[in-house]
Ligand binder design. Structure first.
Ligand code: NAD
Length: 249
């Protein structure tokens, strides 16, 4: 399947995990990629390692919490590649702790990276998406759907992403722009491994999952690609939960 032949797809947080898998998936389906992450070297190594260097035309070191940096990444990518069809707001960080345990700095950093960047990145992309009849897919989390214990700031930021997705879907549907998000459960990336540090804690988590395992980054990328594709042409404002059944319990 090459559903994105010649389309330009921008992905944030693309150097590892779900972002990397999403870049590989879109490249395999014919897309031209603009990728950003904190380190350009990490992006360069990723595209070489995964064999997608030819599709990845823009690699940029961007801290997505920097409004000017995320905006100019989108502008430069759309202008140099001639269009923008899909924006995947995927970069994110975890933040563990109760309300009285996290610092003001941790709270603000989580909001800036996990929520504000989705707002400002989407805002920068809108003019190009209007022209292309394009779409946005956000990586939210099941932590945005309920009170995931010990994740106060992360829960709030991801709940914000879920509702920003709905808001933008409604406000921009008339312009031909679709906006959706995926809500992953636990996915076996660096982020989850830093949270569930040893094998025993990981096994405890997996026992809570009806399907008995964490998800893979490729399974998340498949959901993102579906929402971005014409197969989802009548889907906007939705949250696609990809969690092995965790939130169905
Ligand atoms: P990951 O740590 O492998 O990847 C996150 C990427 O984002 C990294 O490459 C990192 O360098 C980049 N990044 C972090 N802060 C950034 C910043 N300020 N500017 C630019 N890039 C930045 O983790 P992942 O699991 O692939 O996470 C991807 C997304 O999935 C995140 O939004 C995360 O919240 C979400 N998510 C992950 C899980 C999980 O269990 N892994 C579950 C639900 C949602």
């Amino acid at each position: 399947m090459r559903r994105f032949e010649g389309m330009v797809v921008a992905i944030t947080g693309a150097a590892s995990g779900i972002g990397e898998a999403t870049a590989r998936r879109f490249a395999a389906e014919g897309a031209i990629l603009a990728l950003c992450d904190l380190s350009e070297d990490a992006l360069a190594q990723m595209v070489t390692r995964t064999g997608i260097a030819e599709s990845a035309r823009t690699l940029r070191a961007v801290d997505v919490s920097d409004i000017d940096a995320i905006s100019s990444f989108i502008d430069d990518a759309a202008q140099s590649l001639g269009r923008l069809d899909v924006l995947v707001n995927n970069a994110g960080i975890g933040c563990f702790g109760h309300v009285d345990e996290i610092t003001a700095e941790q709270w603000r950093r989580t909001m800036a990276v996990d929520l504000d960047a989705v707002f400002f990145g989407s805002r920068a992309a809108l003019p190009y998406l209007r022209t292309a009849g394009g779409c946005i897919v956000n990586t939210a989390s099941i932590s945005g759907l309920f009170a995931d214990p010990g994740l106060a700031a992360y829960n709030v930021a991801k709940a914000g992403v879920v509702n920003l997705t709905r808001n933008m879907a409604v406000d921009h549907a008339g312009e031909g722009i679709r906006v959706n998000c995926i809500c992953p459960g636990g996915v076996g990336t660096a982020m989850l491994k830093s949270h569930l540090r040893d094998a025993a804690i990981m096994e405890d988590y997996e026992r809570l999952v009806p399907m008995g395992r964490v998800g893979t980054a490729d399974e998340m990328a498949a959901g993102i690609a579906f929402l971005a594709s014409s197969d989802a042409s009548y889907i906007t404002g939705t949250t696609l939960t990809i969690d092995g059944g965790v939130t169905a319990q």
